[in-house]
Design a protein around this ligand. Structure first.
Ligand code: ZN
Length: 510
């Protein structure tokens, strides 16, 4: 069985006075967690145990009972009459922080020893334990009751006593077929929210390799992410290669224009004040707006991608690796805008991946090399051009595509999306036939040189681009011909045909 978790966020409706109580509850929770962190620090061996065993020991150390009247470090020091389940939630929070801190410390010590053994100077600072605690209060069973679709009764600390209060819930409903975790109280944007983790269990989907090789009917949803009007172009194809559907997800210009406008305002404000104070965020409101919109669009687009895949019963979602961010020239608003558009592509991938997994769809990525330069029909080289212009050259970012070899004409992003899907299929089909990885030169010799060379086995086999090659790509940046904006198709053929090893991974053209 496979598990998928996500969080349902709901807004709480409460009397203004209750906001202070929620804050007091969170404060107390953090005080208790910080106290237990100290207890763990004094008894580090506890961390070798499982959470359940550690919990028992920590309670014996701190909690007075009839059998255990004088614990070594009494919790009473922090507060009296703390409910048992509130205490346990705080212990688990403290255990989580402690495990993370001590594992970082262990790794740091190892690095230090290694450096000292080699006689090198070691200047890296050690990790520090949390200085301040600001964890959301998790409410275990016993801290809440009578949860309905629109209300919940919570046990909160008022500052002087524990009190049950009823609050309204608005927002998303909890889905029916899931297991609910313990809700948390979250302070976000001047308001208290209730976050509830939900867990869905389903039979784990078969591995991508198995799906692709064993069943020719398997449907693949391939996605090409862009920085132009169509933020995402999705296509559905079967493993056999039948194309079933296409969807364009637009709105790219709108979001880019909006972001650019706000970035322009920020640049203008900065010019006016002249100085940016170090360690202090300037234009807080505008940056907040930009972040909010980026996040919103990433969620929206990823949700629509997964929805499209689901509608067509695709079981695999495939993207291309993002490559490196190419710095652009121009005004601050332009440079900053393209950087944020690049980050958003990464976010769309991350969100789509977990949303897809929730539907039992697996996600993969393929080599981005030349996905927009290759014909989805015959794998020949294509021209990319603006409407009304001759189909001769490769103009990066132009909307139309024309294949010199088979005469295919169409939308460039859709073509790229189809190529992305095909790469995934070939990756597994090649490996399943037990085909040895041919060295670059041999592979090229077998095929007609030049045109076919860009789909050599090596570049398709790699599930991920090794970082070293990314770096290499930058190093050769100025020398690599693909970095140029426009180049004629014949030039490309010339370059691709050359079997020079270090040119294999140019960054992908948008
Ligand atoms: Zn073609």
């Amino acid at each position: 069985m496979a598990k998928a978790t996500k969080t349902i966020r709901q807004s709480l409706g409460y009397k203004p006075a209750h906001a202070a109580w929620f804050a007091a509850t969170q404060d107390l929770f953090n005080q208790v967690a910080a106290f237990y962190f100290e207890v763990i620090a004094a008894h580090e061996k506890v961390l070798d145990l499982s959470n359940k065993e550690a919990l028992t020991i920590l309670e014996t150390l701190t909690h007075a009972t009839q059998k255990n009247p004088t614990p070594i470090m009494p919790l009473e020091a922090v507060g009296e009459d703390i409910p048992a389940l509130f205490r346990r939630a705080a212990i688990h929070a403290a255990l989580g922080s402690a495990r993370s801190f001590y594992s970082l410390l262990r790794k740091w010590k190892k690095r230090k020893e290694k450096a000292e053994a080699k006689g090198k100077q070691f200047t890296e600072r050690p990790p520090v334990p949390p200085r301040s605690w600001n964890k959301p209060a998790t409410l275990y069973a016993g801290q809440w009751k009578e949860r309905t679709r629109s209300s919940i009764v919570l046990k909160v600390w008022t500052g002087t006593c524990w009190s049950w209060i009823k609050v309204r819930i608005t927002g998303r409903e909890l889905p029916a077929d899931v297991e609910m975790g313990s809700p948390s109280l979250i302070w976000r944007g001047n308001h208290w929210w209730l976050h509830t983790p939900i867990e869905k269990q389903f039979s784990s989907p078969p591995k991508i390799e198995k799906q692709v090789t064993a069943n020719a009917e398997t449907k693949i949803c391939a996605v090409d992410l862009n920085m132009n009007e169509h933020v995402a172009v999705c296509t559905i194809q079967t493993v056999e290669g039948t194309i079933l559907a296409t969807r364009f997800i637009g709105g790219g210009r709108e979001i880019s224009g909006f972001r650019k406008k706000l970035l322009g305002w920020i640049a203008r404000n900065r010019r006016k004040t002249g100085i940016i104070v170090e360690g202090e965020q300037d234009n807080v409101h505008l940056w907040g707006k930009i972040n909010h919109v980026d996040e919103h669009i990433a969620h929206l687009v990823s949700a629509r991608i997964v929805q499209f895949a689901r509608e067509h019963e695709a079981s695999i979602l495939v993207f291309e690796h993002l490559g490196n961010l190419k710095p652009s020239r121009g005004k601050y608003s332009h440079r900053s805008n393209s950087k944020r558009a690049f980050w958003m592509k990464g976010r769309i991938f991350t969100y789509a991946k977990y949303k897809a997994y929730h539907e039992g769809i697996l996600t993969s990525r393929v080599n981005p090399r030349h996905t927009s330069r290759e014909c989805a029909g015959c794998h020949g080289l294509v021209a990319r051009y603006e409407e009304g212009q001759p189909a001769e050259d490769y103009t990066s970012g132009a909307p139309l595509v024309f294949c010199f070899q088979c005469g295919m004409k169409g939308n460039a992003d859709r073509n790229a999306s189809l190529v992305i899907g095909q790469r995934l299929i070939t990756r597994y089909q090649n490996s399943s036939q037990g085909k040895p990885q041919a060295p670059l030169g041999v592979e090229r010799g077998e095929k007609s040189p030049g045109v076919e060379a860009c789909q050599d086995a090596q570049c398709e086999e790699g599930p991920s681009l090794p970082p070293a090659r990314h770096a290499g790509c930058n190093e050769h940046g100025t020398g690599a011909p693909y970095q140029r904006q426009n180049m004629s198709a014949t030039e490309v053929v010339k370059v691709v045909g050359k079997p020079s090893a270090h040119l294999t991974y140019p960054c992908r053209k948008a």
